[in-house]
Design a binder for this molecule. Structure first.
Ligand code: SF4
Length: 309
């Protein structure tokens, strides 16, 4: 069988220096996130949720590559939930998992029909759908003895969530790289927390994953998330370094310079209270660092705007 010109080009790309550099960059980002947040330890069983999208395919490949040279021994089980959405190509993921020789589990549960039955036409289906999916994922994680559930969210998902919560939820809250599941039974990790969507998309294209479309359920992507994504993409285009600075900010929270009384004791504040960032009450904030000085998320802490020395 001869390869199409596009396939041949992608196969070539996989051996190009550009691709190898990109692969290394992603693996380094994932390795740093795993180390910084103590995501995976010796003896862990990591259940990697693979939806068939670029992010989860990439996550699986990178974790498998890192396991080869990790100083700790851990098990990886790829898991896909077939929700019986119309047109879902049920044979694609098992064939892919077989082809790369990873242990896997396919779970088939018709949550699509449940959601269609319960939610009136025209209403948003995502909250019930994801609640059902979450319950199934937790059950499967218990069944296979998973100590970690790995999800494919990346840096840009985390930032979008931060702005969604600020704009529509009145909260400074993003998506953490590591958390305890809402049933208190599992540790959920996001090893792509330091990786950009752009890098992942380029990697996935070169890897030619058998991507499964994400709109099979017929639900439209959340309009608010779309808006935020467009806003962040606009900033990335017009203000180089801004997105990197935002990502760094997630790791540089200064509770004494916000206004949440649960995080900082403003009531008990006296002249003797030591605050980590000093006080610039009468000074204008310092100008932001030039883009070249902005340190990428995952690096040692960046200087912050308004820090007095
Ligand atoms: S987009 Fe579709 S599959 Fe995804 S959570 Fe919403 S209803 Fe479920």
């Amino acid at each position: 069988m001869s390869l199409s010109p596009q396939t041949a080009e992608n196969a070539d790309n996989r051996f190009s220096n550009t691709f190898l550099r990109l692969k290394k960059k992603l693996e380094r980002g994932v390795g740093e996130a795993i180390a910084d947040f103590n995501m995976i330890a010796d003896g862990d069983t990591v259940m990697v949720c693979v939806s068939g999208g670029k992010d989860s395919f990439s996550l699986l490949s990178i974790l498998l590559a890192l396991r080869e040279r990790a100083p700790v021994d851990f098990r990886i089980v790829a898991m896909n939930l077939d929700q019986k959405q119309p047109g879902f190509p049920a044979d694609v993921l098992p064939a892919y998992f077989e082809s790369i020789g990873v242990e896997y589990r396919i779970v088939t549960e018709d949550t699509y029909s449940i959601v269609r039955d319960k939610i009136p036409a025209g209403k948003t289906t995502c909250s019930l759908c994801s609640r059902l999916r979450r319950g199934i994922i937790y059950r499967v994680a218990r069944e296979i003895g998973a100590t970690r559930i790995a999800l494919g969210h990346h840096r840009d998902d985390m930032l979008e969530t931060l702005f969604l919560n600020m704009f529509f939820g009145g909260k400074i809250k993003a998506m953490p790289p590591k958390l305890v599941s809402d049933d208190g039974q599992h540790v959920v990790i996001r090893p792509l927390a330091y990786c950009t969507e752009n890098d992942i998309a380029r990697f996935a294209r070169a890897m030619e994953y058998p991507i499964i479309p994400c709109n099979l359920c017929g639900s439209q992507e959340n309009a608010q998330r779309k808006q935020i994504k467009a806003m962040l993409n606009g900033w990335a285009r017009d203000y180089p370094g801004r997105i990197e600075s935002l990502a760094t900010a997630l790791q540089n929270v200064v509770p004494s310079h916000l206004a949440d009384q649960r995080l900082f004791d403003f009531q008990g504040l006296t002249r003797d209270t030591v605050v980590s960032e000093g006080d610039t009450a009468f000074d204008p904030p310092e100008l932001p660092a030039p883009a070249a000085e902005i340190i990428h998320v995952g690096s040692p802490r960046a200087p912050s705007v308004g820090t007095s020395t």
